[in-house]
Ligand binder design. Structure first.
Ligand SMILES: Cc1cc2nc3c(=O)[nH]c(=O)nc-3n(C[C@H](O)[C@H](O)[C@H](O)COP(=O)(O)O)c2cc1C
Length: 200
């Protein structure tokens, strides 16, 4: 089993979402000690935004790309190869201003490539990243689960399904900025959800 862990917090050592993602990985490796792990930390190696130059590079036929364009596409190619090679994708995702961190958006913009990770058919879009499991560890200062303010889960479910990633489990750690007791409770709730999804 190949595991891809994607951390998207702007905090490194202190990131609760990274810690929860690592706990999920630990469980997966406990069940399959031979599993390999690729760690993609989007704060340590930030991915460039999808700007005009990037779009220009992507829409230029490979043989006609200049060196800069080829290098830009190669950066996206590397992220696509990682997700294609993974059997399981584990993401650490904090809530930033009611959305996903910009680095996670950049990662999604990089891996969503027509003809490679999705395609359009006469029946509509078809995701090409099939047969993988996804776990998402969500961390929030407040509590927004199952409310209209939680734009993260519907967004991630939609884009992942579009890419063929339909087996998605969300684990929530909420109320982390609501005092020490609420924080403890939020982390314990997330641990319980991990235990349920991946018993030790
Ligand atoms: C820039 C920024 C924006 C945030 N916006 C929200 C928010 O909109 N809603 C919320 O509940 N928490 C918000 N938080 C709190 C984080 O979601 C919370 O601290 C979470 O634990 C961060 O995850 P991490 O520990 O992996 O970095 C924000 C934190 C930061 C730093």
């Amino acid at each position: 089993m190949n595991i891809l862990q994607v951390n998207s917090s702007a905090r490194r050592g202190a990131s609760q979402s990274a810690r929860l993602a690592a706990r999920i990985v630990e469980r997966l490796r406990g069940a399959d000690p031979a599993a390999t792990l690729t760690l993609r930390d989007l704060d340590r190696t930030p991915h460039p935004v999808l700007d005009e130059a990037a779009l220009g590079a992507l829409f230029t036929p490979p043989a006609q790309r200049n060196a800069e364009q080829a290098a830009r596409v190669a950066r996206d190619d590397a992220l696509i190869a990682e997700v294609q090679a993974a059997d399981v994708v584990v993401l650490g995702v904090p809530m930033y201003n009611f959305g996903v961190p910009v680095q996670l958006k950049n990662w999604i913009d990089a891996i969503a490539r027509a003809g490679v990770t999705f395609r359009y058919t006469e029946q509509g879009p078809e995701g090409l990243l099939k047969g993988k499991r996804v776990y998402v560890a969500l961390t929030r200062g407040g509590k927004y689960r199952d409310t209209p303010a939680d734009t993260q889960v519907p967004y991630l479910r939609t884009i992942f399904a579009f890419l063929g990633l339909t087996e998605v489990t969300f684990v929530y750690a909420e109320g982390l900025a609501m005092g020490p007791e609420a924080e403890q409770h939020g982390i314990a709730a997330a641990h319980a959800e991990i235990d349920e999804a991946l018993p030790a």
